[in-house]
Each structure stands twice: as C-alpha cells, then as structure tokens.
Design a protein around this ligand. Structure first.
Ligand SMILES: [Zn+2]
Length: 95
C-alpha cells in the first residue's frame, strides 16, 4: 500500500465510521518529542489516529478496518489505523 492508497482508504474508513483524523504524518522532531519508535508509521505518513462521533464497538471497528486492508488497535483516547502489512514488513512499532 502506497501513502496515497493509504490516505484514500483511511479517509473512506473515517467517512464510513464517522471518525475524525486527529493525527497523521509526524515530523522527526515531533515524533522524537512524543517518544515514538524510529520506525513508527506516523513518521512515514502511514498511520492515522481517529476519534469518532459515537464510539463503535472494537469488533466493528476492526471488521471495517480489515475490509479496507487496515490494521487497527484501540488506545484510551483514539483508534490507530495503519496498513495491515506494515508490521509484517518489520517497519513498525507504535502506540
Ligand atoms: Zn497512531
């Protein structure tokens, strides 16, 4: 998945789930300030953090994300999405 393809499916996910992107690409400076892993997908523009108008069940969020080729995990303040193959490439660790 290219950054352009990811941007397109991330937007489609947000529209379908009525979610708003609150984080995307991060500069090296901000990523270091936040303590992100050097291979964090946000540094490559390959992750979004999403908040919802109405929080969906985790199962529903994961099912929808998978349909778009995305991996999703839930944090206390947001859901994080990234391409489902990002971690398989050994590029990533993120919270
Ligand atoms: Zn994230």
């Amino acid at each position: 998945m290219t950054p352009g393809e990811f941007a397109e499916v991330a937007l489609a996910y947000c529209i379908e789930m009525q979610g708003s992107e609150v984080a995307g690409y991060r500069t090296p400076r901000l990523a270091e300030t936040l303590g992100d892993d050097p291979h964090d997908p946000h540094r490559a523009g390959m992750a979004r953090d999403v908040v919802y108008d109405q929080l969906p069940s985790l199962a529903s969020a994961i099912t929808t994300a998978e349909r778009y080729g995305l991996f999703l995990y839930r944090n206390p303040s947001h859901d994080h999405i990234e391409p489902s193959d990002w971690r398989k490439r050994g590029d990533s660790a993120h919270a």
